[in-house]
Design a protein around this ligand. Structure first.
Ligand code: NBX
Length: 899
């Protein structure tokens, strides 16, 4: 049970709340829960839902105590803070996490007994806070947990979306999206701060440098306390809601113009209404830019106001505040910080620029060109005219500063081009000389000799003229201008000539003192492919910070059974805070009795998942087969389609086998989960295909338990907490060079799941930590991708297994042949220049790797031995390690701990 999780000293002992402590220093939690039930909820009876809410409100009180003490302490000590600016925080549920982090699980378990309930029992009544799309948002949530646990003064800043990530359902075999109204029952995890409000303007006009906004809204703060693990520190996630300046325009109302009367309110409501459900950018949508500016402006105003309560000179801001920009979404911060310093606080441009570039840092999470945000100048000009003006000024100053560099680089390029042309001409000349000599040799008569000589001379003259012409052409190319253009923050849209765009990543690079990628390979790729020209100038700016995950949520709390076993083996639960201690499990891999217990835990988690599968899909799966999982956003680059095609092939072969052959098959349950962005055409078809495969395979009596396929709808944080501990194999099979890091790969590995994957993202570092011999690595490497894209062959020239399975889909084996037509064509119709992600190319080695999986799974002792090595080897991927690196190498923020 969850109560068997790691124990920390209860914050009730550490932080005795004055208001609820009775004479003996013991808090009557049951009484408090009863109070919440009666007075806050006015609930006639304690059903699970009401009980959850009462417990949550009681925990809220404990959080407020810890929150207040922490902020009192930080306020007194005035340490440097980091502010994590992120459009997304994918928090999931809070109750279990908060109770365990504060060490209150025993106390609340005891209290709940009086209501005939358990903590695990009420846990499921909580709705996920799904204010994020996927990896990027969940990373932000893990970072908050680690910052608090490490006692680092730091806040998250974001948007309090009223609708989070849509809920996914499957209807008639297709994905449908349902709204996520997560605030329906109130939210016990937030504190509204009506006294913390800032105005944020949009539109309007410029009078010289002075901006007169045409629309204004109020940003109002909501604080979400973030309790650290085993510490008194409870930090803050501040989320902004948008309110109108005027609820109701009375003049309009009295004039009978009711729509106009509420127009301001409606406009404000739109801003914090809904999370954009794309995990790759929404091109040019004004409301999205409005959201970004809204939360960035409020957060910067808030921080500056707090700074000025204690200090008078804004030049000192970088010693007290560092802003980490989570991808390009908050990068309008570069212009907004400049505006606030210049327009509001009266600083000269140069001083403001010095402060800005010492305070901002930027993390890149993607190399996919379509996800690198570029805002049309026209949209920016309309919505944020002053910011556009400042961006132009920043760009001009920036380009002026790289002028000399561009001049010499341009001249170098030009000289190199000339040398290249001349070398080619010289080589051609040599060839011609040889040919001429041969012709002369072959000529027998004087006439033939003369003709050969004349021809050679003519060819020579023509070649010289051609070279001269081409060199003249080259000389006309303005290399210096080309180089300068490559540095420009404002650039022409390559798909729509004439439209100018603001490249937000470039703005971030120019405005930041540090730029980092999220895994070793990714940080190299951003240097060589995304920002090479910037690396030339300031190589020291570019860093790597390999992602991590919080071991609290992703091991200790989601897998209390495994945690208990680990704690018993290590003789301590200190690994929850010091993940390097997991290495101490290595010797236990050699212990047969320990392996048996390890297997028993995995089996129990598989049984729990099987039960869940039955509840949500109706499919019955045995707990004996290998549980093979791919859960993540649905994307072509993540190649769920390749996994699906391999399952189709497996299915076809099983059907063709004799009963004798079938006995040798390693049974599998193939589990998928993930949302397709609502407008992502191919991704939706991939979901439909998996659902269709499941419907066919699971109802085929010939196949039975040898193969089952499951699409678990509405993959989210809470689903992940049930799925990940039960996985034996997990798939991280993106085309090499496309997945920046991946973070679920780390969660699976820590829960003892094997990885089948490509040399991509953090898979590589997981291989280094686990031993590559323990991973099922396949496919080509990132460096080969460009060449292979050029060389794509007809699909019929690839692995025959690939062709066979695809043809079967085309022939309608899973129904909807017409509907799947485009999907199949996307990987096999070379006339359309397709298979961009090289599925066909990697399929053979993928299938070979899958055969290796089956082979190893037959040897359960060896399988278990290596499974233990996954958990033992991957302590490196704790977000505590990641955050420690950010704090030391980027933020210069030190822990500030209460005694
Ligand atoms: O960030 C993800 C990457 O794809 C993962 O490889 C990486 O592990 C993770 C954390 O670093 N990126 C991601 O989740 N992006 C988004 O969710 C996203 C959301 C909105 C948007 C663009 C991207 N406009």
């Amino acid at each position: 049970s969850r109560a068997r999780g790691p124990m920390v000293r209860s914050v009730l002992e550490i932080n005795k709340p004055a208001n609820t402590a009775n004479g003996a220093g013991k808090v009557d939690l049951a009484g408090e829960v009863a109070n919440e039930l009666k007075y806050r909820l006015a609930a006639p009876k304690a059903d699970t839902d009401k009980l959850y809410q009462s417990v949550a409100w009681s925990v809220h009180n404990r959080l407020v105590d810890a929150f207040d003490k922490t902020h009192e302490h930080w306020n007194k000590e005035d340490p440097k803070h980091v502010y994590y600016l992120s459009a997304e925080f994918l928090m999931g549920r809070t109750l279990t996490n908060a109770v365990h982090n504060m060490g209150l699980q025993g106390d609340y378990a005891e209290a709940l007994k009086q209501f005939g309930q358990t903590l695990e029992g009420v846990h499921g009544a909580e709705t996920d806070a799904a204010l994020g799309n996927g990896g990027l948002g969940r990373l932000a949530a893990c970072f908050l947990d680690s910052m608090a646990t490490l006692d680092l003064p730091g806040w998250g800043y974001g948007i309090r979306y009223r609708y989070g990530m849509f809920r996914q359902a499957i209807k008639d075999g297709l994905q449908v999206e349902l709204p996520d109204y997560w605030l329906d029952n109130g939210n016990p995890w937030e504190i509204r701060r009506p006294e913390t409000r800032f105005n944020v303007g949009f539109y309007g006009k410029l009078e010289g440098d002075k901006w007169v906004p045409g629309e204004e809204v109020i940003a109002e703060a909501y604080d979400v306390p973030i309790p650290g693990y085993g510490t008194k520190t409870c930090s803050n996630l501040r989320l902004w809601d948008a309110l109108p300046l005027v609820e109701l325009d009375l003049d309009a109302f009295n004039a009978g113009q009711y729509e106009k009367a509420v127009e301001q309110k409606r406009k404000a409501d739109d801003i914090a209404a809904v999370l954009y459900p794309n995990d790759a950018t929404e091109y040019g949508k004004e409301l999205r830019l409005k959201q970004q500016f809204f939360f960035v402006s409020a957060s910067l105003q808030d921080t500056i106001a707090r700074y000025l309560e204690k200090h008078s000179d804004l030049a000192g801001l970088p010693e007290k505040a560092c802003f980490q920009m989570n991808d390009t979404h908050p990068t309008i911060a570069v212009a907004e910080l400049m505006r606030l310093l210049i327009d509001v606080h009266g600083l000269p441009y140069d001083k403001a620029w010095a402060i800005t570039t010492k305070s901002l840092a930027y993390t890149n999470h993607t190399v996919m060109p379509e996800a690198l945000e570029k805002w049309p100048v026209a949209v920016m000009q309309k919505l944020l005219p002053r910011h556009m003006q400042l961006i132009e000024q920043i760009n001009d100053a920036w380009l002026a500063s790289v002028k000399d560099h561009s001049a010499s680089k341009g001249a170098q390029l030009q000289a190199a081009k000339k040398a290249e042309r001349e070398a080619a001409a010289a080589a051609a000349k040599e060839e011609r000389a040889k040919a001429a000599a041969a012709a002369l040799e072959a000529a027998t008569t004087p006439e033939e000799k003369a003709a050969a000589e004349a021809a050679a001379k003519k060819a020579e003259e023509e070649a010289e003229a051609a070279l001269k012409a081409i060199l003249e052409e080259d000389a006309k190319v303005d290399y210096v201008a080309e180089v300068l253009k490559s540095y420009s923050i404002i650039q022409e849209n390559q798909w729509n000539k004439g439209e100018m765009l603001v490249n937000m990543a470039y703005l971030a690079v120019v405005g930041s003192f540090a730029v980092n990628g999220v895994a070793a390979i990714h940080s190299e790729i951003i240097k060589t492919d995304i920002f090479p020209q910037f690396v030339e100038l300031t190589p020291e700016k570019f860093q790597n910070k390999t992602n991590g995950v919080t071991l609290r949520r992703w091991l200790a709390y989601c897998n209390p059974e495994l945690s208990a076993l680990i704690t018993e083996a290590l003789g301590t639960d200190a690994w929850v805070k010091d993940a390097t201690l997991l290495a101490g499990l290595k010797p236990f891999a050699e212990d047969a009795a320990f392996r048996k217990r390890w297997r028993d835990v995995k089996f129990a988690k598989k049984a729990a998942l099987a039960k869940h599968i039955k509840e949500v899909t109706g499919y019955e799966v045995s707990t004996q087969p290998l549980f093979d999982v791919q859960v993540k956003r649905i994307h072509e680059y993540k190649r769920q389609f390749m996994n699906a095609i391999s399952i189709i092939y497996r299915y076809k072969k099983i059907k063709e086998m004799s009963p004798e052959e079938r006995k040798k098959v390693v049974p599998r349950v193939c589990i998928f989960g993930g949302k397709a962005a609502s407008a992502y055409y191919m991704a939706k078809k991939i979901v439909a295909l998996v659902v269709a495969i499941a419907a066919k395979v699971n109802n085929d009596p010939e196949v039975g338990d040898l193969l089952k396929v499951v699409f678990l709808p509405n993959y989210n944080v809470s689903e992940a907490e049930v799925i990940i501990p039960a996985a034996e194999l997990s798939q991280h099979i993106s085309t090499a060079g496309t997945e920046a890091s991946g973070t679920s790969n780390m969660k699976f590995a820590l829960n003892g799941s094997f990885i089948i994957g490509t040399m991509d993202g953090a898979n590589i570092e997981i291989g280094e930590n686990t031993g590559f011999e323990n991973l099922f690595i396949f496919g080509v490497q990132a460096e080969e991708i460009n060449r292979l894209r050029e060389e794509r062959k007809d699909f019929k020239d690839y692995d025959p297994r690939w062709t066979e399975a695809l043809e079967w889909v085309k022939a309608g084996a899973f129904g909807r042949a017409d509907y799947f037509d485009d999907l199949v064509a996307s990987v096999n119709d070379m006339t359309r220049g397709n298979d961009w992600f090289l599925l066909a190319n990697d399929f053979a080695s993928y299938m070979d790797a899958q055969d290796e999986v089956d082979k190893l799974y037959r040897d359960q002792e060896e399988w278990t031995r290596r499974s233990i090595l996954y958990t033992a080897g991957n302590g490196f991927f704790s977000s505590d390690r990641t955050i420690d690196q950010y704090a030391k190498e980027i933020w210069s923020v030190q822990p500030c701990r209460q005694a």
